[in-house]
Design a protein around this ligand. Structure first.
Ligand code: KIV
Length: 272
């Protein structure tokens, strides 16, 4: 086999399990299109999440609730075409799995068949475990999502830290165990106290991926628009900005406008 045709070792749910066992942290970012998915995959990211945050950052909705299964499938198809190594996980959107197990399985099958993703993520604990079991028994890997679950924002009323009180922390711990027992291969823990996330991560045999959940998780996830600094109005403490793309893109667009207006673009070398 030549170097050019060398087979790329894909990340699977088993790879993630081994990473947890060896203490190697798991890296995960969201992506919603081909170009960014390819860049992240080439950079060596372990998991690419086609998040329903597409509803916010791609479509401009205030919450994740409006995005449809068809729209998520479109984003996931684009991402899958850009990826040759990372595990691609897609969110099942609000309304695609909550009604009953059969609807959940039908949505899961559509996403896997039409988009070619490798796994799915569903929000919720004990109340979705029957659906998780059903989807997993059809051979589809499922990731859970606990803590601040944005599809339930109207129940919570705010985006503040969840599970600070003992009762909610206890519920989160039993939800995590229930998801693991239902066959989930991993769980996203969003915006919960670091000590709680650390305890849950140590208790579970499956990996946890934190977002605003401290350093004790088995991996970390961020929304790509946040870590690239595309939106300068969203600055929660859990986001580390690796670029200030808002400024950079704004400057580039202003320079381009100036060059077009002044007639300096295109010049002779840029013309046929
Ligand atoms: O939709 C999303 O981007 C997510 C992450 C915040 C984990 O679920």
């Amino acid at each position: 086999m030549s170097a050019a045709t060398k087979e790329i070792k894909r990340i699977t749910t088993h790879t993630l399990q081994k990473m947890k066992a060896s203490g190697e942290k798991i890296s995960m970012l969201t992506a919603y299109d081909f170009s960014f998915a390819r860049l992240f995959d080439e950079a060596g990211l372990d998991i690419i999440l086609v998040g329903d945050s597409a509803s916010n950052v791609m479509a401009g909705h205030e919450t994740t609730l409006p995005i449809t299964l068809d729209q998520m499938i479109y984003h996931a198809q684009s991402v899958v075409r850009g990826v040759s190594r990372a595990l691609v996980v897609a969110d099942l959107p609000f309304g695609a799995y909550q009604s009953n197990q059969d609807i959940a399985l039908a949505s899961a099958i559509r996403m896997m068949k039409e988009a070619g993703t490798h796994a799915l993520k569903l929000e919720g604990g004990i109340e979705i475990c029957d659906s998780v079991r059903k989807i997993v028994s059809a051979g589809i890997p499922v990731m859970g999502h606990l803590g601040l679950t944005p599809q339930s924002i109207y129940k919570f009323g705010t985006y503040t830290v969840r599970a600070k009180a003992d009762a909610e922390a206890d519920k989160l711990k039993s939800d995590a165990l229930a998801l693991q027992n239902a066959g989930a291969f991993g769980i996203v823990l969003e915006k919960i106290p670091a000590n709680l996330a650390k305890e849950v991560s140590a208790t579970l045999s499956i990996p946890t991926i934190g977002i605003g959940a401290g350093n004790g998780c088995d991996g970390q996830v961020l929304v790509m628009h946040d870590m690239l600094g595309i939106n300068n109005e969203f600055n929660p403490r859990f986001v580390r900005k690796y670029l200030n793309l808002h400024q950079m893109i704004s400057n580039a667009a202003k320079q381009y406008i100036g060059d077009v207006k002044s007639g300096s673009f295109p010049n002779v070398e840029e013309s046929y």
